[in-house]
Design a protein around this ligand. Structure first.
Ligand SMILES: Nc1ncnc2c1ncn2[C@@H]1O[C@H](COP(=O)(O)OP(=O)(O)O)[C@@H](O)[C@H]1O
Ligand SMILES: [Mg+2]
Length: 363
């Protein structure tokens, strides 16, 4: 899959523009606050429909009411256009001009590597569930749909628990068991493959300690019903559903220890990078096409092994966008970022830019 152009209007601090992206590595570099992260965020949003921003209004340029992002892609030999409209807390997605709900993806596929990925290791279980759920939702529209139904049912059961509506419990429990078991089965299959890929990436990063990934489940499809009975008093006291995939975790063990409790900062960054590499590999396996790779702030990575790994990864995929305060080496296109604009600059390697589309910035 190749991104050909990205068009933004009123997106954060980005000046309205259409940016062209050739195959290979595009380096986007410039000072802090220039809009490099915002650019990658816009690409990721257009391609996946996903954003981890709590309030969508944050994505709209201050003083404006609506924002728009459009990605033109070459996918499986044909062109497709993905559009996102943002305004008044709403997000509208279109694929080739037709309105789609988030669930009706798959859209493009992209992997976004960010300095704050270490939070996957040190943060709470919800971040690791989000990592897993976003990945599986991109692979399977059915997973996305079952997950959103499941989450809605949990919220409704919790409300019923708090309202003391005992008569409703058997109905909600059957719904949760059915949807939840399917979610667990998909996660189990995916995590067994993801674990192999992440372990291999961790070793390739030069880590001496083996990395282990496993689902930490609060119940199982086999024991779900019995566990509801066993935890009945606790759930009624708390007014919330304490078992099920919405409470599960992706356990990370480095060597003999739980990574979240014992890993060093550097080890956590290595683990997070291994998780992103595993994500890239899994998407590639499932789609038969390498996703677009977005690497944010490679220059913040000072460790030589991780920096080399990042740059090798960028060079090995059909297309990558790599941001930094300095230009990423080996780029075919160089865009210098300043105050929300991205201007073509000669690449460091001095190679001619790919004619005719590379480097043009059309207002
Ligand atoms: N909704 C918005 N409207 C206008 N400016 C915004 C908006 N959201 C963020 N910004 C600005 O974008 C800039 C940060 O851009 P960012 O992409 O994070 O920079 P960097 O190049 O360092 O990655 C900040 O100066 C911030 O004020
Ligand atoms: Mg940034």
């Amino acid at each position: 899959m190749l991104l050909q152009t990205l068009t933004t209007l009123n997106y954060r601090n980005l000046a309205p523009a259409t940016l062209h992206f050739p195959a290979g590595v595009s380096a986007v570099w410039g000072p802090n606050g220039a809009g490099k992260t915002n650019l990658l965020e816009a690409v990721y949003l257009a391609l996946t429909g996903l954003s981890d921003v709590g309030r969508l209004e944050q994505l709209v340029q201050q003083g404006e009411k609506e924002a728009y992002v459009r990605a033109d892609l070459l996918q499986g030999g044909s062109l497709s256009v993905l559009e996102v409209g943002l305004g008044r807390g709403r997000r509208t997605l279109k694929a080739d001009g037709v309105r789609v709900r988030g669930l009706e993806l798959p859209r493009g596929s992209a992997v976004w590597i960010r300095p704050e990925d270490s939070e996957l290791v040190f943060g709470g279980p919800s971040l690791r569930r989000a990592y897993l759920d976003e990945l599986l939702s991109r692979i399977s529209a059915r997973y996305a749909q079952q997950l959103s139904r499941y989450e809605r049912a949990v919220a409704q059961r919790n409300a019923a628990l708090r309202a003391g509506e005992e008569w409703a419990m058997p109905i909600w429990e059957e719904t949760l068991i059915k949807l939840g078991s399917e979610i667990m089965e998909v996660r189990r299959r995916a995590v067994s493959r993801l674990a192999e890929l992440a372990a291999a990436a961790n070793a390739a990063l030069g880590s001496a300690k083996p990395l282990k990934l496993e689902l930490v489940e609060t119940t199982t499809p086999e024991t779900f019903r019995a566990d509801f009975a066993r935890r009945a008093a606790e759930e009624r006291a708390r007014g919330s559903t304490v078992i099920g995939p919405h409470r599960d975790d992706l356990g990370l063990t480095l060597g003999d220890f739980a990574a979240g409790d014992y890993a060093s900062r550097g080890e956590a960054r290595t683990i997070a990078l291994a998780l992103r590499k595993a994500e890239l590999d899994l998407l590639q396996e499932r789609f038969g096409e390498m996703p677009l790779l977005l690497i944010d702030d490679f220059s913040a990575e000072l460790d030589p092994a991780r920096r080399a790994f990042l740059l090798t990864m960028a060079a090995s995929v059909p297309q990558a966008i790599v941001t930094g305060t300095e230009e990423a080496p080996g780029a075919v296109q160089s865009l210098s970022a300043e105050a929300g604009t991205f201007s073509p600059a000669p690449t460091e390697s001095g190679e001619p830019e790919q004619a005719p589309i590379a480097g043009q910035v059309v207002a």
